[in-house]
Design a protein around this ligand. Sequence first.
Ligand code: ATP
Ligand code: MG
Length: 263
Amino acid sequence: MKAHIIAVASQKGGVAKSTTSLNLAAVYQKIHGYKTAVVDMDAQGHIAKQLGLDKDKFENTMVDVLLDGLPIRKARYVTDFGFHIYPANITLSALSIESAKDNHKYPHPNHLLSQAMDALRGDYDYIFIDTPPSLDAPTLNALVASDSVLVPVHTEYLGADGLVELVDAINRVHVNDGAHCELMGVVATLHMEYRAHNMEMLKELKIYCEQKGYKVYDTFIRRAIMMAEAARRGVPGVLYDPKAAVTHDFINLSKEMLSNGTK
Ligand SMILES: Nc1ncnc2c1ncn2[C@@H]1O[C@H](COP(=O)(O)OP(=O)(O)OP(=O)(O)O)[C@@H](O)[C@H]1O
Ligand SMILES: [Mg+2]
């Protein structure tokens, strides 16, 4: 087993990065039978939060792994749903400054996650990395550690704004850090298919991405009130309501991702 690592990234806030990471991990595990995990690289700690866990009560979190060299398996938390998470909280906000300030201790600050995750490659089929809404150290670490990058885009005006900067960041870590991650695709999120504006934005997104040569998945993830309810109850939406339309969206997305050769 050699895990395929997928970073879910976008510097735009609130586009469903955390929701997508969590629900895809649940679908890959529950529907496809893969062993999965989510690594949280966002100091907001939304992975733990969306699972109803107190992000400040973990004995070990990603900051201990990245800055203090704690073996990553010691930050593993086994969820009630089968998949594992590697949680983060506000303490992770020290990463950017601390890793840049001590060249001796951190000679390759963008490689901290990649090096730590080497130990996990044998433990899973798929690992999703949730990233913060920025292109700073946590996201750069996620890009360097990953094989593929999935980009959620909200089908709103300016939704695709920032896609170019993300692709630039991917190219930069290739050159500067020897990274090998590839943009696997763009997925439309928080979509309302009955709303003309969203349909228009989806059409524009597809045209724009086609021009740039970026793949857009046929599946879009619909906005559903159930998702907020599920998050409040600490259950991934796809497990909270297996029959919901949005659950089928995540399943269809996972099938498209799998058929596009991520393994
Ligand atoms: N399909 C959906 N339907 C309805 N609400 C959703 C859906 N997906 C996500 N949400 C809600 O939208 C909000 C933003 O989602 P999420 O936290 O996953 O975005 P994010 O990109 O990770 O945000 P950030 O940039 O702050 O990390 C959350 O309140 C979440 O519950
Ligand atoms: Mg998030």
